[in-house]
Design a protein around this ligand. Sequence first.
Ligand SMILES: Nc1ncnc2c1ncn2[C@@H]1O[C@H](COP(=O)(O)OP(=O)(O)OP(=O)(O)O)[C@@H](O)[C@H]1O
Ligand SMILES: [Mg+2]
Length: 211
Amino acid sequence: MSPYKTITTDEKSSDVVWHEASVTPAQRESNNGHQGAVLWFTGLSGSGKSTVANAVDKMLHDRGCKTYILDGDNVRHGLNKDLGFNDVDRIENIRRIGEVSNLFVDAGLIVCSAFISPFIADRAMVRALLPETRFIEVFIDTPISICEQRDPKGLYKKARAGEIKNFTGIDSAYEAPDAAEIHIKTAELSVEMCAKQVINYMLDNNIISAK
Ligand SMILES: Nc1ncnc2c1ncn2[C@@H]1O[C@H](COP(=O)(O)OP(=O)(O)OP(=O)(O)O)[C@@H](O)[C@H]1O
Ligand SMILES: [Mg+2]
């Protein structure tokens, strides 16, 4: 049985009826002056997801865009504090973040979601939740040797010492995207250039417009 099946709530939701909102997503986007979208940052720990996502968020905010950031540990402090790190909980963690991202996109926001999200199937699940073209996968592609040198949270050191189990890239797999909309090599570019690469993609695809 698929692990997704164990966490779906279809059975419980059979009497719930969707109520159409009076203000449409298109009307919200028109007010905001840009499309709603989720920028889904994926990559190893220390690859630069949070750093680049925050730089993008700041650039978009400075352009007057309506934005929000969803970032790893912060979500586990609240919405997902009941979840651990076993396979079912990891999937549920990403599913909830995907659903929250979807609501923000429906509200016309540009959401930067920064989670390792190491598995192709989980990222595909979130992509499938969102309207087509509104899920933009941003692969923060940094060699593990550089992530480990940076080690901003000291996590690689702990993982190498055996103090953290199932650490992505060491004793748990990272499945790199093969067709991410945006592919960023942080070892070759400054943080500002990485963020500009995302902004340029959004301009080229008419998600935001030139000022
Ligand atoms: N071009 C770059 N882009 C992003 N980060 C960079 C770059 N060059 C150096 N860094 C540094 O790399 C580190 C990336 O850490 P960051 O917390 O953003 O990683 P993360 O992918 O969010 O990790 P985690 O999954 O553990 O939250 C920071 O210390 C940042 O200053
Ligand atoms: Mg981070």
